[in-house]
Design a protein around this ligand. Structure first.
Ligand code: HEM
Length: 443
């Protein structure tokens, strides 16, 4: 048997080719564009614009509803983003859709199925109808409004347990001790994941989340690949355990599918792992972003304490103002036109959801954070069209319950220390958010 180090060394050429096709070529072009001052490239590469993308969104908006740099288009326009996301003339083109056909074929050949990530087909996020419809139908059953509505008590229970664990702790990292743990507990229940495995999966999901970003460096790619391989290995064991003793969780339902609905092992991995990771890698950011925003607007936090029924609207305002998923990509599947601009098949467009959510044509004074905003829920933070987030109602429920319970337990909770943002481009959230529960203690 090969040692793990030897196996990794033997695997290197394949891994390098997969990286070069999926990220390396793109990275070289984006870096070249950024050096020449191209705004669209800088928005992907410049670390300062990752931390604060909002001035760049306004610069892009000033150039019109759609901008292009010769390689790709981009938009922060709410109407354009909505139209593209809902249009069947655009799709994901099977992941890596921006590569020419032969290179895309090669990428599918070299990628190791045990390292497939959330935006590699057959992940739901990377396939178009009719395949997408087939997968989505199976998972959607677990997330109907009625089923999610019934999860309220469980979410409450998880929040209460986590807050009980913090009794007597004055200072803690909100992300580590609360915002990350609540969503992972809820989604793990839904997928039948044993309690003992949750911490490790959280760490692996954190490492792998970077694969949502375009133009990764070789080192980032390798680290994420290692995490993805461990996740797939864990998932294989999980499926074996569940196949031997099915329960009423979603993975059991997927394993038990029969006839034409039956999923192949690769499909099962991609569907199951996406729901698992999407379930905890996004809501953590929403909870953290909410606490940071409310910390900066104590008057609104006080108002929410007196008007607890307004928590759901406050959650939508955080989704709008600090969208946890800042962008997505679509590729024209056929020649088409949007906002007077012609798209040839294969041309891509970056849709900045976080920028569209600050479109002044839809939201008055869009840069202002206002938990009473009447149309906060017109944001497209959960995307739109066929890929509209399956977990949107669950994420809203988890966050409203998490925030209300947190501030009821710790009325004086405030940020106390230097928050650290995640270095990711697509996901916007905090790596660390130090808080104190003691009145009057400010860093
Ligand atoms: C704040 C929390 C969340 C945000 C901001 C968010 C955002 C999104 C966005 C923007 C997409 C579509 C991406 C695209 O169009 O390319 C999406 C898809 C998806 N989300 Fe979420 N999500 C959140 C929470 C969740 C949760 C809790 C779950 C799981 C239960 C989940 C499961 C999914 C799945 C399975 C998809 C793929 C749907 C498809 O391709 O048909 N999400 N999410």
């Amino acid at each position: 048997m090969r040692s793990p180090d030897l196996a990794r060394a033997v695997d290197l050429p394949r891994s390098f080719t997969a990286w070069a096709l999926a990220h390396g070529l793109q990275r070289t072009m984006i870096q070249r564009g950024a050096r020449k001052g191209d705004l669209i490239s800088r928005m992907v590469m410049d670390p300062a614009l990752r931390l604060d993308p909002f001035p760049a969104y306004e610069e892009l908006r000033g150039r019109g509803p759609i901008s292009a740099n010769g390689l790709i288009s981009a938009s922060v326009d709410h109407a354009v983003c909505n139209e593209v996301l809902r249009s069947d003339a655009f799709g994901t083109a099977g992941g890596q859709g921006e590569l020419p056909g032969p290179l895309r074929w090669l990428h599918h050949k070299v990628i190791d199925p045990d390292t497939l990530g959330p935006v590699d087909p057959p992940s739901m996020l990377a396939v178009d109808p009719p395949l997408h419809t087939r997968y989505r139908k199976q998972v959607a059953r677990a997330f109907t409004a009625r089923k999610v509505g019934r999860m309220g008590d469980r979410v409450d229970e998880v929040a209460t347990t986590l807050l009980d664990d913090l009794a007597g702790v004055d200072d803690f990292d909100l992300v580590d001790r609360y915002a990350s743990l609540l969503p992972v507990a809820v989604i793990a229940d839904l997928l039948g994941v044993p309690e003992a495995d949750r911490g490790r999966l959280l760490a692996l999901g954190n490492e792998a989340a970077v694969t949502l970003d375009p133009g990764l460096s070789w080192r980032q790619f390798r680290r994420a690949e290692t995490a993805l391989r461990e996740m797939h290995t864990w998932f294989r064991g999980h499926v074996e355990r569940i196949s031997a003793d099915p329960g009423d969780d979603l993975i059991s339902q997927l394993v038990l599918l029969d006839g034409p609905d039956r999923l192949s092992p690769v499909e099962l991995h991609q569907v199951g792992l996406l729901v698992l990771a999407a379930g905890f890698e996004t809501t953590v950011n929403l909870i953290g972003n909410a606490v940071a925003m409310l910390d900066g607007h104590p008057d609104q936090l006080r108002w929410l304490r007196d008007n607890p029924d307004a928590w759901p609207n406050a959650v939508d305002e955080v989704l709008r103002h600090q969208s946890p998923v800042q962008l997505t990509l679509r590729i024209a599947l056929r020649a088409t036109e949007v906002a007077g601009k012609r798209f040839e098949p294969g041309h891509g467009i970056l849709l900045y959801l976080g920028g569209a959510n600050r479109d002044p044509q839809v939201f008055a004074e869009p840069a202002t954070f206002d938990v009473t905003r009447a149309n906060a829920d017109q944001h497209i933070a959960f995307s739109a069209g066929v890929h509209y987030c399956l977990g949107a109602s669950l994420a809203r429920l988890e966050t409203a319950v998490a925030l209300r319970a947190l501030y009821e337990r710790f009325p004086d909770l405030h940020v106390a220390g230097r928050p650290e943002r995640r270095g990711t481009r697509v996901l916007r959230g905090f790596e660390r958010l130090p808080v104190s529960t003691r009145a009057g203690v400010v860093a």
